[in-house]
Write a protein that binds this ligand. Structure first.
Ligand code: NAD
Ligand code: AKB
Length: 319
């Protein structure tokens, strides 16, 4: 990786990925882009930023030429809950945007990281130990667009030899940047509300289990898979990866170890509940472990302890 482009760089993942990539590969070699301007000074002042809409193929080409890009982390997308309210935009950004990025990768012979999601699975997928290769009939526009993305990445790799790689992320938990309109966002919200108000009203039922992962593991996964020996990759794209599986009531109990008077109640949102019900409870990530050494550091306890410590410091500036 010599000159790296990150699309959707101001989102939950991008805002942390850019800082990590700049530390590892050099500030000027990581070009952050988004359709918003950065408010965060760390990202804005540490290296190049370009306003870039992934639906604008000509602008993508200009940025690729200007910075001589050889690797792309394509994060720009519309997530599951917003995707259900605006399915046309979700299709255009998630599939149309990826298509333009794949074409740019083909033209400039770039490697490409594409993050897929547990959203690619549907109600007919096995819910426990969901296999790497299994039935995939998603019923959300997010899932349909992400599955199309997986297939497009496979196609460009086989047909044109483009070095496409990717993972299926579960819900990601972090404290730096708010999640952007997904179904798994409740987990992040619960931490902030527990610390600020000792109370949280959850939009998913108490026993809704979903795969989750702490952001440091997600960042490491993206860098590790892009640096993995391609000879060892059988799947290349869309590796199942997970770090923990829990429900709202289990997360609330873990938070109560630190905030004993934390109270949770429930007001179910039928749209997000239906999405969560159609996703796996826990995935089998043995292919990622075998092919490129995936091995997460954070489980539920370690993640909870770190989230509580970091959010408390952030909100109340304790040392
Ligand atoms: P996010 O919503 O926080 O950020 C997405 C970013 O894309 C935003 O900053 C937004 O401004 C930008 N964007 C939207 N439309 C754009 C366009 N037309 N052109 C350029 N930028 C545009 O999302 P995230 O959580 O950072 O997710 C990044 C990627 O990872 C997405 O592809 C998502 O599907 C995938 N993913 C995320 C999670 C998760 O839990 N965060 C889980 C699975 C997969
Ligand atoms: C969402 O809930 O939409 C995302 C995801 C799991 O893809 N967090």
């Amino acid at each position: 990786m010599d000159r790296i482009l990150v699309t959707g760089a101001l989102g939950q993942i991008g805002s942390e990925l850019v800082i990590n990539l700049r530390k590892k590969y050099g500030d000027d070699r990581v070009i952050a882009t988004d359709i918003r301007m950065p408010a965060d000074t760390t990202l804005r002042d540490s290296g190049p930023f370009e306003f870039l809409d992934v639906q604008d193929e000509h602008h993508i080409t200009r940025v690729m030429q200007q910075y001589k890009i050889d690797t792309i982390f394509h994060l720009a997308a519309v997530l599951s809950a917003i995707g259900e309210t605006r399915p046309n935009i979700a299709w255009q950004v998630n599939v149309g945007g990826l298509y333009h990025i794949l074409e740019a990768a083909r033209q400039y012979k770039c490697a490409l990281f594409f993050p897929s999601s547990i959203g690619v699975f549907g109600p007919s997928t096995p819910v426990e130990d969901t296999p790497q290769d299994t039935i995939m009939r998603p019923e959300t526009m997010y899932g349909v667009s992400k599955l199309s993305g997986e297939l497009l990445c496979d196609y460009y790799q086989k047909r044109f030899g483009i070095d496409t790689r990717g993972v299926r992320f579960p819900g990601l938990i972090s404290y730096e940047t708010e999640p952007g309109g997904g179904t798994t966002d409740y987990a992040v919200e619960m931490f902030f509300e527990a610390i600020k108000h000792k109370k949280y009203t959850c939009y998913l039922k108490p026993d809704t289990s979903l795969d989750m992962m702490y952001m440091p593991d997600a960042i490491k996964a993206m860098i590790d898979i892009m640096e993995a020996d391609p000879q060892k990759l059988v799947h290349r794209n869309a590796f199942n990866i997970t770090a923990m599986s829990f429900s709202p009531e289990i997360l609330a109990a873990a938070i109560r170890d630190y905030i004993p008077d934390f109270v949770i109640d429930y007001e179910i949102d039928p749209v997000r509940q239906a999405i969560a019900d159609s996703w796996p409870d826990s995935m089998d990530d043995s292919a990622a472990r075998a092919e490129w050494g995936w091995n997460p550091k954070y489980g539920l306890e370690a993640m909870t302890s770190d989230m509580i410590e970091k959010i408390t410091k952030r909100l109340y500036r304790t040392t």
